[in-house]
Every structure is written in structure tokens, then in C-alpha cells.
Design a protein around this ligand. Structure first.
Ligand code: GTQ
Ligand code: FE2
Length: 347
């Protein structure tokens, strides 16, 4: 920040005149806005341990009825982004949501897009535009911008899932809002992952004769993702990331417009060092235990923990279990950065 001066070097009467006209001099802030070589990052590498979050979330279940909460969510707040930041990473909202047996989270739709990634419990479901999407551990459920969604619970144990939203971006644009709706009528039909898009490489023939649907597939069952990771690991050299992207089966593009989603497998004892990227990310542990080294900081993780990765970070992921694979779910802002034209893989 040398050579460009500070605001204090300007005469007070000049500063007051600028301020009265609602303008600012750029030069005292230029280097902060455009730092050399690497962004000035406030987001920090952070681990949220599930063993700490789970009791707090269950307590919220006792303290706050669903009727009052509407959505019972604890938001992961990156301490580098300010004390009340509803952001785990600069563009990523992450919440842990609890729904108890018999509860119903009412129908609504909103401009931000959301996904759910199930952490524990059986019997939860989300309804999107009349399609009932069962929620089992590791399933990814999409609730894209503008689509009606409501959650319910037909099981016996608490159901907890991770919410990932593009809310920070929509909020920055002052474009976030929500509409309430009557409960949806549910179609009596299995979700599209079990019918229209049963297998990668096969599409309903009709899909070739019409424009691609924006959101043809709303549920990605973990059982199939896990199997596909194992198959991919068989042809991936050790030390290279075994990673699958969640895409729109009709276009092959990322399944959502702003945030990207993928699943990673680390083989027993394996360490993977992905390239530095211009994106920020959040990693969520589906199974396994290990360590992440992010910009020199070591964070331990085990099942259901969640980790924030700042932009341009040096990342190394180690599976510390010599016998079992580790599975991670990744959320990043690559789709947004690609659309904006500055996405970079840095080495
Ligand atoms: O479940 O619909 O974490 O609308 C934040 C906003 C969850 C939801 C969140 C939401 C939802
Ligand atoms: Fe919602």
C-alpha cells in the first residue's frame, strides 16, 4: 500500500467537499481493491466439527418449534468474513438444517438456489414442483431458483442435512426474496433419478427433440455416486483426484448456475494436492477421517465435518486411514467464476 498515499494526506476541506458530493478518491484504496498478484483474502481456512454442531442443532430442536423457525438452520459463519457473516466462504452459504419426525417445513420459493446434502437420519424428503425426493445419507437434492419446495419427515429419528445456497451473491445483488405458497400436491411417482435418468449415457429420446431442460434431475442418490467414484478410482493414478461433478444430464454442464458440486474419493492412505484455483470452496466429509492442509494451516477432519477453503489457496488433502477410503462432498463457486470470465487454475 505504498506510494498511493492515504486519505489523511488530503486537506480536510477537500475530503469534506468530496464526501458531501458522495464521491471518494480511488488512489488511497486502489491497492486494497486491486492487490498485486493475489487477492486480499479475508475468508480463513476453518473446520466446523460435527461433534460440536450436532448437539447445538438438536438443542435448537428443543428451543424453537418448526412453526416459529420456518427452517431450523445453524449457519456456518467464516470468522474472517466478520462476526455475523452468513457465509462459510465468500460466495457460499452453508447451513445445517434439522427436521424432527412428523415436522413439516412449509412450501416456498425464492430467488437464491439451494441444494441439500443429507448427513443423517432416515425418512426425510423434499418436494420440488410436486416431485417427491427421498433423502438418504449422502443424497444431493436440488431446489433451484424459483422452484417451489417444502420438506417433511416420515421417519423416527432426527434428520439433519447440509444446505448450500448461492445466497451471498444474490444478497450482494440485493435480489434475494421469497414467496410463501400453499402445500404442494405430490405426484405419486418415483423421482427422475429412478425413472428418466436411471443411467449415465442414456436419455429419454424426447430430450433430443426439445431444448434441454434447465433442471431435469433434482436428486443424485449417494449410492450411485459412491459406486461411480470406485469405478473411476480404478483408472485414476495415485495422487490424482478421483472426483465426479454433478451435472445436468441433458447438457453435461454444471447442475446449478452459480455454485458447483462434486464428490471426491481419497484412497486408503492417499494424499491429493489439487491445483490452486481462483475459486473458494467448502468440503464436507461424507465418510472417513484425515487432514486438510490449507495455506500451511492443518485442519483435522472426520465424518460430517465441514471445511472452508479460501480462493487461490494451496490445498493438500490426506486420508489418514490406511484401510478405508474417504469421501468428500465439494461445493465451489466455479460456475459463477466461469460465467464471469475469470476462472483460473493457477498451477
Ligand atoms: O430449506 O428452504 O438453509 O429457504 C436457507 C433458506 C434452507 C430451505 C436454508 C432456505 C432453506
Ligand atoms: Fe428455501
Amino acid at each position: 500500500m505504498s506510494g498511493l498515499g492515504t486519505i489523511d494526506e488530503l486537506p480536510p476541506d477537500y475530503r469534506q467537499a468530496l464526501s458531501a458530493s458522495n464521491v471518494l478518491p480511488l488512489w488511497p484504496s486502489l491497492r486494497a481493491a486491486l492487490p498485486y498478484d493475489k487477492p486480499a483474502r479475508r475468508a480463513r481456512p476453518v473446520a466446523w466439527r460435527y461433534r460440536d454442531l450436532r448437539p447445538a442443532l438438536l438443542r435448537a430442536g428443543e428451543l424453537t418449534p418448526i412453526e416459529k423457525a420456518e427452517r431450523r438452520v445453524l449457519v456456518l459463519s467464516n470468522p474472517g468474513l466478520g462476526p455475523d457473516a452468513m457465509r462459510a466462504a465468500p460466495a457460499i452459504f452453508i447451513g445445517l438444517q434439522l427436521i424432527l419426525p412428523g415436522e413439516f417445513a412449509p412450501n416456498h420459493r425464492h430467488s437464491p438456489s439451494a441444494v441439500r446434502f443429507v448427513i443423517e437420519g432416515k425418512g426425510g424428503y423434499t418436494v420440488v414442483q410436486g416431485e417427491k425426493l427421498p433423502m438418504e445419507k449422502g443424497d444431493l437434492i436440488l431446489t433451484p431458483s424459483g422452484l417451489w419446495h417444502q420438506h417433511g419427515h416420515e421417519g423416527k429419528e432426527p434428520v439433519i442435512w447440509l444446505d448450500a445456497l448461492d445466497l451471498p451473491t444474490i444478497n450482494t445483488l440485493e435480489a434475494s426474496y421469497c414467496v410463501e405458497g400453499e402445500p404442494q400436491a405430490i405426484r405419486n411417482e418415483p423421482d427422475a433419478s429412478q425413472t428418466r435418468f436411471r443411467r449415465a449415457g442414456l436419455l429419454p429420446y424426447q430430450a433430443l427433440e426439445t431444448a434441454p431442460a434447465r433442471y431435469p434431475l433434482l436428486r443424485y442418490p449417494w449410492r450411485e455416486v459412491r459406486e461411480a467414484l470406485h469405478s473411476l478410482s480404478g483408472v485414476t493414478p495415485t495422487g490424482k483426484a478421483v472426483q465426479l461433478a454433478y451435472v445436468n444430464p441433458e447438457t453435461g454442464a454444471e447442475c446449478m448456475p452459480i455454485l458447483g458440486f462434486s464428490a471426491l474419493m481419497l484412497r486408503p492412505g492417499e494424499t491429493v494436492a489439487p491445483p490452486r484455483r481462483s475459486t473458494s470452496a467448502v468440503l464436507h466429509v461424507v465418510e472417513g477421517e484425515g487432514e486438510a492442509e490449507i495455506d500451511g494451516e492443518t485442519l483435522a477432519w472426520s465424518e460430517s465435518d465441514t471445511i472452508a477453503v479460501p480462493t487461490h489457496a494451496d490445498v493438500r488433502l490426506a486420508n489418514r486411514n490406511p484401510r478405508k477410503p474417504t469421501y468428500l462432498f465439494q461445493v465451489d463457486d466455479a460456475p459463477l467464476q466461469k460465467k464471469l470470465g475469470f476462472y483460473e487454475v493457477l498451477n
